[in-house]
Ligand binder design. Structure first.
Ligand code: LLP
Length: 441
């Protein structure tokens, strides 16, 4: 059955038939696929992250299908949402993983030992113990970010007697329109090495028999909506690959990184094919840029695009108050649960779980943390909110829970995975005892 067909099964209503997004009103109640959010809040409390398994599978499948014509591995970026249950689900679908720490390596190991061979290890500051763990795990590729790191990798590989496959992460000096905090592909950024210096570094690396120059990698940033910059970066990489092959290096992998963005303004009722078209365009642009590469195994590292719209943050309004001309709805979730609005001025749609009827009025939806930056929305027009009411912060599946903290000594939220009509607690709410466990008096 097609994804659109499957989504519409049992739903009825022509308007919904094309909707592939998981959070929709059924009657006047917001649901995640087959699950009532009201019931989930009742059972597990709030704040609560709710994810749709079906949406994660669907989104991952878009990449698998779009790249099906060529040798490839979709290495899901663990940092976007590192829940073990989600990692296991993706591993079972054949995903590889892009990791940036020994901690993320351990997550992949626990989710699926078999997937360790499909891991690429990125990150600007790898430590010896992390490199050792990855070498022992037999990961696919180290994305090396400096010549110093290459030296460390060679040294650790020698100690462990394991040859290390690496790709130098090059900085292509390509501009991509996104928030400055998550743009990485310009010369002045800390990431990778200047592409013009790469050839000489590969030449020097060839002197070590512990290093296998297996690929080249690039990643220009995150939440990039246009496909042009990805293609431009990959074209520069393709040029370098040609030179490296001339120099005698056996380049088999090209890692195009992640970064494909979503529309945070999208209403959840927007149909499925938009996402499918975006991924198809992305794959076509990369395919064109990689055309001259000959036989290479293409790696891509999407994170956000796979999980963002699969997840929402369910929170209960504690109180509504007026200060001057402003109305504030104070929620039980806060910036420690979802920091994106505070950190990047990111927009997230917010929906009341019981569909509102009255006129929309401007409201600031804020958390209880002691910072004015602790908000989810400012001057947002919403049906009048009441104390005790549930609302859902949308598109919170990526960089939500994975960036959560204990600021203000707040325990981290619970997480639930909805799979069709089944729901499963995949992380229970942190207790204060756990939160304080590492402290010494
Ligand atoms: N590969 C590498 C090497 C990365 O650094 C990243 C993200 C990805 C892949 C995945 O990018 P994605 O497909 O998810 O855009 N916290 C920010 C995003 C930070 C992204 C960091 N690197 C946010 O909430 O927008």
């Amino acid at each position: 059955m097609s994804d659109r067909g499957r989504r519409s099964a049992g739903r009825g209503g022509a308007g919904r038939a094309a909707a592939a997004r998981p959070f929709q009103y059924r009657g006047r109640e917001l649901c995640c696929d087959g699950a009532s959010l009201e019931a989930l809040a009742e059972q597990h409390g709030t704040p609560l992250y709710v994810y749709s398994a079906e949406q994660v599978r669907y989104r991952f499948g878009l990449f698998q299908r779009a790249f099906a014509g060529r040798a490839h591995t979709v290495c899901y970026a663990v940092k976007a949402n590192s829940s073990l249950a989600i990692l296991r689900m993706l591993a079972e679908l054949g995903a590889g993983f892009d990791i940036v720490s020994g901690g993320e390596l351990e997550r992949v190991r626990r989710a699926s030992k078999r997937a360790l061979g499909r891991v690429v290890f990125s990150g600007v500051g790898k430590q010896a113990w992390e490199i050792d763990a990855a070498l022992k795990a037999g990961i696919l590729l180290f994305n090396v970010e400096s010549e110093a790191e290459l030296g460390l990798l060679a040294a650790r590989a020698e100690v462990l007697g394991a040859r290390a496959r690496f790709a130098l992460r090059v900085n292509p000096d390509v501009f991509a329109e996104t928030h400055p905090y998550i743009s990485t592909g310009l010369r002045e950024h800390k990431f990778g090495v200047e592409i013009g210096l790469a050839r000489a570094i590969y030449r020097r690396a060839a002197r070590s028999r512990w290093l296998d120059a297996a690929g080249v990698s690039v990643h220009i940033g995150s939440q990039i909506r246009a496909v042009g910059p990805f293609a431009a970066a990959l074209e520069r990489v393709a040029g370098l690959v040609g030179e490296l092959r001339e120099d005698g290096h056996r380049i088999r992998y090209v890692d195009a990184g992640g970064g494909l963005g979503i529309d945070y303004n999208d209403p959840p009722a927007k149909p499925a094919f938009d996402a499918a078209r975006t991924v198809a365009e992305y794959a076509a642009a990369l395919g064109e840029a990689a055309a001259g590469l000959g036989a290479v195994h293409l790696l891509v590292e999407p994170g956000r695009f796979i999980v963002a719209q699969a997840g929402g943050l369910l929170t209960r309004v504690l109180a509504v108050k007026k200060n001057g001309t402003k109305t504030f709805a104070i929620a039980d979730a806060a910036m420690n649960d979802l920091i994106r609005p505070a950190l990047y001025q990111a927009h997230h749609e917010i929906l009341p779980v019981k569909q509102g009827r009255g006129a929309s009025v401007p409201v600031d939806v804020v958390g209880p943390v002691c910072e004015s930056g602790d908000f989810f929305a400012r001057d947002r027009r919403m049906p009048r909110l009441k104390a005790g009411e549930l609302v859902l912060v949308l598109d919170a599946g990526a960089y939500g829970m994975s960036q959560a903290s204990n600021y203000n000594t707040r325990a981290r939220a619970a997480e639930v995975l909805v799979d069709g009509v089944e729901t499963r607690l995949i992380r229970r709410r942190e207790t204060l005892k756990e939160l304080l466990a590492a402290e010494i008096l």
